[in-house]
Design a protein around this ligand. Sequence first.
Ligand SMILES: Cc1ncc(COP(=O)(O)O)c(C=O)c1O
Length: 322
Amino acid sequence: MTAPTETPVARSAQGTDGRRVTIGAFAYFEGRIVPSGAANVSIATHALNYGTAIFEGIRAYRQDDGSLAILFALEHYRRLLRNGRLVRAAVPETAEDLVEITRDLLRRNGESADLYVRPLLYKSAQTVRLQLSGLDDRIAIYSFPLGDYVSTEGLRVAVSAWQRVNDNAMPARGKITGSYVNACLAVEDAKSAGYGEAIMLNRDGHVAEASSANLFLVTERAIATPPLSEDVLPGITRDAVIELARNEGFEVVERVIDRTELYTADEVFLTGTGVQIAAIASVDDRPVGEDGKTPVTTHLQERYFAAVRGREERYRHWLTAV
Ligand SMILES: Cc1ncc(COP(=O)(O)O)c(C=O)c1O
């Protein structure tokens, strides 16, 4: 890793919740850790012109002893490289290399707060050609402090008029940057109508997921979530919550979910790196459940938040020390 030659300064950028955040002083860019102010692409970059990048969102949580640990580091980088195949992207870094680079980056940034890490696998070629193969690809990684992305205690959501991208148009499983215009459109409408988040239906009219989180519903303590073939992102938190819920004795099924089940469920919650586990208080202004209580969601939140802070021996393997 080449040592940076100038004094790094933290850089301002827009955070995932719309507020300005401060990017760590260093970023990984073009094969090296550099001051983040030097991590800039040309305006002719293919990924900037056509949305041909794959991204990830990773959290690093402060542990009780003050150290920082990355949650599901290897799983995120494996998904990034696997999804890269969708846009025919290939880079020399392996998933294991990227975990080490991220540990190095976070150590250099020396933050003390919980962090969000944003890796990008992007078509770095400077060309306007509409093609995927034969173009250069690069990895960029930056980080910034991030607390709760949305309230974890009761979101008001609305079913969006925007349909979730489908596998034959823009693979929903891909985390392809260009396809997040779909999510932006849905969130934009939901927020301007006074809701906290949008729920998106797929081309068949079934529940897919939220703009950037998977969806679960609870009916008489049985938990259901749409299968991956319903145009949902194969969420890493989704997998973790399924594992956690089964370990806690809940039945979890993956099945098609109709829109109106959101109105009749006892509990609805979202999962994702950003949202963590977030309870939904109402869908289309209909309160979820009968009494506003969310015992299953609350139980899973407690176990999940303990696990990500390293307080659950059973889930220590979720974490990679920085
Ligand atoms: C569309 C979409 N669904 C679900 C998720 C949740 O996935 P994960 O748990 O891997 O963060 C995300 C977030 O990355 C997302 O962008």
